[in-house]
Design a protein around this ligand. Structure first.
Ligand code: NAD
Length: 516
């Protein structure tokens, strides 16, 4: 099966192809037509032409196409979820959730077709009217990561389309198959040619060309902080609006009075869901000393029981990481953590997963640690699996505490008080999501006020944002924009203020012509 680029309403073969591999078994998922840098100009040309008519389609009708996309996504949910799991490895229940985010966003933003609210305000002169309306920005470039290959793009695609923009989307080369399948849904829903273009390519060249093309007015990026900063620097020279959603180093704070069972359930989900490869994954557990030992015992016991394997197997809790490079990076951080004096409580090694042969053996499928002294970075089986890892005694300021590992590694840090916990949380270079477990309403409200991250959860893990609220982070995570909710429209629209003077004479504003 080959997936292709989509330019001006046509599926386009490349001169070359690249491949997408299933990280659970290293089997080929699909050959992918490779976009070239020259395709960027073709896509921008198509999007520029399509913008002329798409911006004039009444917004409620644009919204209706989005509803249709939502309907088709509902029908194809299982098919898309399975392809998504094969493309990047997350367990099937989470893949279904990924598609569901797009369904929710399609209907939410479809509804914006009848709002896209501007406003009027009183004006200074008689017989004069003033209003502020939202204009689409034009051609927008979307660059996205592999970890939420449908959800994250949908936070950008739906608001951009309903506002009347045309799009060029450059998804991650790790998830090209599911990206092309997603675009097919928009084609099926009747989106006009040129409104939504897709470029699939490995490496950075096509993304860079998109960033640097003068015809692209807005860039919306989600991915690593290093890439986001590079994009922002290039785009600034061309006066482009750039929305950045980048890395995280999210923390769960546990107070002595917390509900232990709830903390354990929520922490396992937040730290090891999507194999720790969520931007909102909990990678720090900041725990008050009085409850620390109980939390560690409970977490260690449950972490050991997590089942690794192919995400298509419904009995699997934790899928593979995205690729071999990720496996190596995670293991590097684990070794560094040990060198810096932290102690591995559970995991800490590359895993070998033996594929189940029968339904019965599914339940007994186990992961085995690989002795790193024999196989420093080699997985013995197929696929890229890392044992969910708990680190104890992680010092604030150490590498493990400070840097985004983006894998199933949770660092436990002990603190004495709520104030200290908040201080440790806030001094991270990132600021996406923090949660706190406490049954004390005073502590909860203090935390809500004093935690500086874009998302705060009370008695829930660090993940699980809903699409009707703004999503994004502060400090190293973002640059002041937000996705989702109505806030997303700020990225994809320009305010236009319109004054109508119906007095029939010159009425001068901005001049002091009042008589004393
Ligand atoms: P990445 O930065 O490596 O790649 C992101 C995208 O940028 C890909 O499509 C890639 O091909 C493209 N790209 C790479 N170099 C480029 C360049 N020089 N110019 C233009 N485009 C370029 O990130 P990733 O590994 O795909 O994703 C993981 C990262 O994404 C993690 O850091 C994670 O925290 C972050 N993330 C953040 C959020 C959020 O909302 N804050 C959500 C999901 C993921």
């Amino acid at each position: 099966m080959e997936f292709q680029n989509y330019i001006n309403g046509t599926w386009v073969k490349g001169r070359r192809t690249f491949q997408t591999i299933n990280p659970a078994n290293e089997e080929l998922v699909a050959d992918i037509a490779q976009a070239e840098v020259s395709d960027v100009a073709a896509a921008v040309g198509a999007a520029t032409e399509a913008f002329k008519s798409w911006r004039l389609v009444p917004a409620p009708l644009r919204g209706e196409i989005l509803y249709k996309v939502g309907d088709i996504l509902k029908q194809k949910k299982e098919e898309l979820a399975q392809l998504l799991t094969r493309d990047m490895g997350k367990v099937i229940a989470e893949a279904r959730g990924d598609v569901q985010e797009a369904i929710d966003m399609a209907y939410f933003m479809g509804g914006e077709g009848r709002r896209l609210l501007g406003y009027t305000a009183p004006v200074e002169m008689p017989n004069k009217f003033g209003m502020a309306v939202r204009d689409p920005s034009g051609v927008v470039g979307l660059i996205t990561p592999w970890n939420f290959p449908i959800a994250v793009p949908s936070w950008k695609i739906f608001p951009a389309l309903v506002a009347g923009n045309t799009i060029i989307w450059k998804p991650s080369p790790e998830t090209p198959a599911i990206s092309a399948a997603f675009v097919k849904v928009f084609e099926e829903a009747g989106l006009p040619a040129g409104v939504f273009n897709l470029l699939l390519a490995p490496g950075a060249d096509v993304g860079k060309a998109l960033v640097e093309h003068p015809g692209v007015r807005v860039l919306s990026f989600t991915g690593s902080t290093t890439t986001g900063r590079a994009i922002a620097e290039s785009a600034a020279r061309l006066n482009k609006k750039v929305s950045l959603e980048m890395g995280g180093k999210n923390a769960i704070i546990v107070m002595d009075d917390a509900n232990l069972e709830l903390v354990t359930d929520a922490t396992l989900w937040a730290a090891f869901g999507t194999t720790g490869q969520r931007c909102t994954a909990a990678s720090r557990l900041i725990v008050q000393k009085g409850i620390a030992n109980k939390v560690k015992e409970s977490l260690a016991e449950r972490t050991k029981k997590l089942r690794l394997g192919d995400g298509l197997d419904p009995n699997v809790d934790v899928g593979p990481v995205i690729n071999k490079a990720a496996l190596e990076r995670i293991h590097h951080y684990v070794q560094l953590g040990q060198k810096e004096g932290a102690r591995v409580l559970v995991g800490g090694s590359i895993a070998s997963v033996h594929p189940p042969e029968s339904a019965d053996s599914v339940r007994s499928s186990v992961s085995k640690s690989v002795d790193e002294s024999v196989h420093p970075l080699q997985s013995v089986g197929k696929g890229f699996f890392y044992n969910p890892t708990l680190f104890d005694g992680v010092r604030p300021g150490s590498t493990l505490e400070a840097e985004e590992v983006f894998g199933p590694v949770l660092s436990i840090i002990e603190v004495g008080s709520l104030e200290e916990a908040i201080e440790v949380n806030n001094r991270s270079q990132y600021g996406l999501s923090t949660s706190i477990f406490t049954q004390d309403v005073n502590r909860a409200f203090t935390a809500m006020r004093d935690i500086f991250t874009g998302l705060v959860y009370i008695n829930h893990g660090t993940t699980g944002a809903e699409i009707q609220f703004p999503f994004g982070g502060v400090r190293g995570t973002g640059n002041g924009h937000r996705e989702a909710g109505q806030a997303a429209l700020e990225v994809f629209t320009e305010w236009k203020s319109i004054y109508v003077d119906y007095s029939g004479k010159l009425q001068r504003a901005q001049i002091d012509n009042r008589e004393e």
